[in-house]
Design a protein around this ligand. Sequence first.
Ligand SMILES: *Cc1c(COP(=O)(O)O)cnc(C)c1O
Length: 808
Amino acid sequence: MNSSEKKKQKEAFKAAYINKIEEVSGDCLAESSVLKQYQALAELVMDDITTQWAKSNTKYNKHQNKQVYFFSIEFLIGRLLKSYINNLGLEDIVTESLKELGLDFTAIQEQESDPGLGNGGLGRLMACYLDSSAAMDMPAHGNGIRYKYGLFEQRIINGEQVEVADNWLRNGYPFEIRKPDKAVIIKFGGTIHSEKINGNLTFVHENYEPILAVPYDIPVKGYHNETVNSLRLWSAETLEDFDLPKFNQGQFLDAVRHKSEAESISQILYPNDNGFDGKLLRLKQEYFFVCAGLKRIVRRYKQFNNNSMDGFSQKICIHINDTHPAMCGPELMRILMDEEGFGWDDAWKMTVESISFTNHTVLPEALEKWPVSMMKSLLPRIYMIIEEINQRFTQEIYAKYPHDMERNYGLSIINNDQIHMASLAIVASHSINGVAELHSKILREETFKGFYQVFPERFHSVTNGVTPRRFLMNSNPDLKDLLNESIGTQWQGNLFELKRLLNYLNDPIFSDKFNAVKLSNKIRLAEHIKKHNNLIVDPASVFDIQVKRIHAYKRQLLDALHVLYLYNQLKENPHLEIAPRTFIFAGKAAPGYYYAKQIIRLINAIAKMVNSDKTLNEKIRVVFLENFNVSLAEIIYPAANVSEQISTAGKEASGTGNMKFMMNGAITLGTMDGANIEIAEAVGPTNIVTFGLSSDEVSQYEKYGGYRSIDIYEKDPRIQQVMHQLIDGTLGFGLNFQNIYDSLLLHNDTYFVLKDFNAYVDAQNRVDQLYRNERTWTKMSMTNIAHSGMFSSDRSILDYQREIWKII
Ligand SMILES: *Cc1c(COP(=O)(O)O)cnc(C)c1O
């Protein structure tokens, strides 16, 4: 674009924007609030996108490409305004125009609420996959729930987590389109009876409670292309706002109760990450978006296929994200048999051919098991079909392996009056995959060993990835510019091209610029810390960061105990030579997870003690940032020097935070777990710091015993000291972490924190040594970015396309 053309575009944009502001606010630009400035910009952007959206949909309808639908109970999409603007290629036009109008673009962006429609990695992965699919012109869409309240907002008050409702729709949401004309009815409860209609056995559902599912569509705009896909989120409503007869009889509250009970289905996201909450309302949520999504997909398919279901499973991929949508199997069977008139065998073939399944965790407490009684009364027809699926499957297995009854029993979908959703998902899909090499291996050899023997061809592995648009280009614009001016722009279309950076490892001018970018990102984070924690941290210190959900298996405790240990060292020897460090933590604990909340308290207590101790000469600082979400993540990852990925080996399926850190040049300090192993392979052993038990060692101890945490405690005075400090009042008057203390000694340290402690301290010392050699550290950092190509979600999507969805 030449400069006069650009000028013309900017003038046109400014005129349209000023108009829009007047339209949405009734005020002229000078008097408009920042909120109205945001809403006007959002609407202007939506005007552009919806035009392309309509074209994209027409194209999909005409050509009948294979369509992928991600079914997920979470989509953690983050703010969209900036990402739309960049994907439209309007970054310069908008940024410069707003500046010329004297407006603050950053403040405008901060008006957007960050939809917390997910807990962490699982929901964020879906958002990355939608972004990548659209960027690569692949027709892939999302299907989920439009929670009225997303994940709670976290406040830290007196060192403790306090939860506040997340009313993200308070000011409306400009990027969704409500489509009441596409609403469908979902049936709960009631009874099933069968009758012969025209000689066919037909199942009739009676006395059910009908709930209306209304879709809201959010456009998913591809990067610098014409593709716009859809994220469809369903909202629950009553069929009629009030129960009129009741209302007329004066039973006003009863009439309203019906409404609020119906709407409760999409009222709130369950706040457990990697945990199963077997509540009836959750089961309703699961069926609600599964049924609504499948009904629309079938209807659309027939609409553009001469009212026929022919070829359905060749054109439609139903991809289920973990087991929450596992009822896709029985529900698709129900639709095909009860509504479309197929017999069992044909319906089953179509179902298995359409569905594929990604498993996300091997933690036993996260595996979904629903009581038969609950399923039977809430979803009587679905239960009948699950029973039939199980009957046929177990018969097949018994016929094939008559001498292995114990193994056969373990494969039953229904066991001890519980329905095992992972087993259902495996039996009803043609593909199951883990999310990193190690995780997929554990699925084959441990978690789903029996199923692997029966269906070896169904098992795959696709390592997770993250979108470089959001987590590099948009959140680290200075790095993006530096890369563009040195290695060119090809990496923006193919992240493997970042390998070209290796040519600059010994270039001192580039290294200086590279370090300046990191420093400016650290200054940006330091400003956030000053503003929110009222604490000054030194941007020249090592930013050592652990941000993720708080969970025992992720071992924030190990990190915290090391800080305490280092504090003790510095108290003993104030002249200890270390590179100054700032330990930064952030993450939410599930509201009912007492242990995780105690960890937050502990970190804040350590922070208070360390930060107020003048004798340490500011060698260490500890920060807990409240309310970790996607927006905060975008400021944190680019500012990191050290990426803490220290889960107990074998427990973190993949991790994606590790990839976002790496892409922004942080050095991983991690266990050989999840995708850390693949990061280590990519960068080589000299560009990562690893430590601790292997997953094989962990599983040996778990199976055969042989680990006694008390033995380690008794041998090591350094460990004794930090352990005592948990309970002797060191960390504040009346503050006692007995519960954490007991978990490590009395309950034998389930996650091997003490077992890995010494190895972790050694690894931390290595980090310190490496950082103090600036040349070495800079090279390591550049090398990490150079090898991050394989952790782009574009690569993940290509793997799914090739291996699982089979789209040519
Ligand atoms: C990436 C991300 C996560 C996942 O982090 P892990 O370190 O992989 O657990 C969780 N929450 C947010 C907001 C993220 O952006």
